[in-house]
Design a protein around this ligand. Sequence first.
Ligand code: PBG
Length: 357
Amino acid sequence: MATDTRRTFVLASRASTLAKIQTEIAQRALEAAHPDVAFGTSFMNTQGDKNQSQALYLLGGKALWTKELEVALLDGTVDMLVHSLKDVPTTLPPGCALAAILEREDPVDSLVVKKGLLVGGREVRSLVDLPDGAVVGTSSVRRVAQLRRQYPGLIFQDVRGNLNTRMAKLDDPSGPYSAIILAKAGMVRLGFGDRLTADLPAPTLFHAVGQGALGIEIRADDAEAARLCATLTHWETHWTCSAERACLRVLEGGCSVPVGVHSTFVVESAAQRRATLTLVGTITSLDGGVHVQEELKALVTSLAEAEDVGARLAHTLIANGGRAILDDITKDRARRAASADAVDEESSKSSVPIPPV
Ligand SMILES: NCc1[nH]cc(CCC(=O)O)c1CC(=O)O
């Protein structure tokens, strides 16, 4: 089928600096692969960008960053949504489909220490260098749950806003944060790689499902967009991230549940698409008290087999203590959402602490 060269494909994303950079990455890759086709861009603010006061945990994490974009996609205003894959719900709305998953950056979480911070006259190089009572910013329950367990002396506090805003809050001399924790991929894409103090790989932090990868979402019936996007897919990333997403789909969570993963994908044969996939999954209670961790390793020869590894891992996690943790979280969220509704608009603008301790 020949490409309709008269059509301009509009790529869209949130309007944050990171989202724009990511959209440009996708646009450049599409332009390189399809020099005869025209690609444009469009940027918009989503609910997740607008609601900066309420804890992410209470907002529920469902389609916060994607919904408005999907409306524009489905009504034909735009054609391709460029997302951080970790922000894409595991089940897409009817009529939407993931058409590409680009090669993953390092999915690790990293520590960023406040500019010029000294403890006992020394530079802070890792979390162990921080004194008891130091405030560490992160708005992810996954990070907080896992770190509370290992660093009970530290105080974890919500920090919202796009990456630039968070960095400004960190470096504010009168601000509370000694350090913040962010996804390395976003920092590198933004050109803030030199601010990363230390990586926090598993088993310190199991990263979020899909972290570090970009996904392109299209209308499910747009065969032409699908064909253009398919050339951008990095199959190793696609299979790995699809396994992670299959796990999270079974756990019925979004970015608001403390689920972490660590994946390794060893290609046995690129020509035959055969690989050994090792997936570690974790579910941690919000106070860090209970941590369930399971590992599954399998030879996979198709996307479906990779997804099956993820789904099976989820069932093992559920059976071995994960169900109780997830049920507690559901109950806790309902209780907190009810009490948050009761406070007035003004007081809900103060920073909302993350979960119960
Ligand atoms: N929800 C925020 C978000 N979504 C994607 C990234 C980073 C880039 C990536 O994971 O690809 C971030 C920021 C962060 O977690 O520090």
